[in-house]
Design a protein around this ligand. Structure first.
Ligand SMILES: NC(=O)c1ccc[n+]([C@@H]2O[C@H](COP(=O)([O-])OP(=O)(O)OC[C@H]3O[C@@H](n4cnc5c(N)ncnc54)[C@H](OP(=O)(O)O)[C@@H]3O)[C@@H](O)[C@H]2O)c1
Length: 275
């Protein structure tokens, strides 16, 4: 059973609106998504592994926007992480009206040289936790006839990624899952948006092992704030697939016409010079 949806008799706190849950809120795009949602008046549940970063963000949100911001640390790479998070929300009667599945990470390098556990953790965070949180938190949204899900995919979702094979495949799943779920939910009052950023300034490159890439430094990358502002606008409008930035939209459009073999070689080259 999921958290209690609002009803005429017993409304959870806060009564007018549910809460916005942001995963991966301790850094980068997730941090800014949380601030943007707070600027729109949403109370927040912030989750990630680094508690102290979440506490810092919750204080910033209270000062900036006057919204409530609860900190619920969670490691989504553990098999029961998403279930424990959902259980804690249920025990505290926190009804989630906006779910932002943002937590994620990549790994740069040849697939067979990557630690297997790192690849499996990536699938757990980028794919399994996204799926599980949506499954656990959707029924009360459907019952209440309102809700929003924002799944952070990537422009990586639109083609395979040699030298980042698991990451690209995980984002292809997020995009496909989001579009299918959106169609299933048509007419229910609940929408699903897939946010697809291209390369963005955040801790992502450091985590993925790009190192101090001169190439990456020269790449015109938007800030996490720019991506988050765009993402929150798309989410609140109930847009389906939201590719951030004109260059990224041109990239995704061009992929429709390029032979797959050429795309694979280009992405491989891109990932080689990037590292
Ligand atoms: N930056 C880019 O170029 C780019 C481009 C396209 C898409 N994206 C996507 O955007 C999303 C956010 O990435 P970002 O760029 O903001 O990267 P980031 O700065 O590295 O932030 C990643 C967030 O995910 C959280 N996270 C990682 N592993 C976790 C785990 N096991 N359990 C719970 N939380 C975990 C991190 O928190 P803790 O470390 O505290 O747990 C952090 O808050 C990701 O899904 C990423 O794939 C990024």
């Amino acid at each position: 059973m999921g958290p209690t949806p609002p009803s005429a008799e017993a409304l959870p706190t806060p009564p007018e609106r549910g809460w916005a849950l942001v995963t991966g809120a301790s850094a980068g795009i997730g941090w800014e998504l949380a601030r943007c949602l707070a600027a729109e008046g949403w109370d927040l549940i912030l989750t990630a592994r680094r508690r102290e970063r979440l506490v810092e963000l919750s204080e910033q949100i209270r000062n900036e926007a006057g919204c409530d911001a609860l900190v619920v640390p969670c490691d989504l790479s553990t098999p029961d992480g998403a279930a424990r998070l959902a259980r804690e929300l249920e025990e505290r009667s926190l009804w989630v009206e906006i779910l932002v599945n943002n937590a994620g990470f990549g790994h740069h390098g040849r697939f067979w040289t990557m630690e297997l556990d790192r690849g499996l953790d990536m699938i757990q965070v980028n794919v399994t936790a996204v799926t599980e949180l949506a499954h656990r938190l959707l029924p009360p949204m459907v019952e209440a006839k309102r809700g929003r899900i924002l799944n952070v995919a990537s422009t990586a979702a639109f083609q395979p990624g040699p030298n980042m094979a698991v990451y690209y495949a995980s984002k292809a799943y997020v995009l496909s899952f989001s579009e299918a779920l959106r169609e299933e939910l048509r007419g229910t009052g609940v929408t699903v948006t897939a946010l697809c950023p291209g390369p963005t300034r955040s801790e992502f490159g450091q985590q993925a092992g790009f190192g101090d890439s001169v190439f990456l430094d020269k790449l015109p990358r938007p800030s996490s704030r720019t991506v988050a502002e765009y993402g929150v606008r798309a989410l609140l409008r109930g847009k389906g697939v939201a590719v951030e930035g004109l260059l990224n939209r041109m990239h995704v459009f061009a992929l429709r016409f390029l032979p797959r073999g050429l795309v694979l070689r280009l992405v491989r080259r891109f990932q080689e010079v990037r590292g």
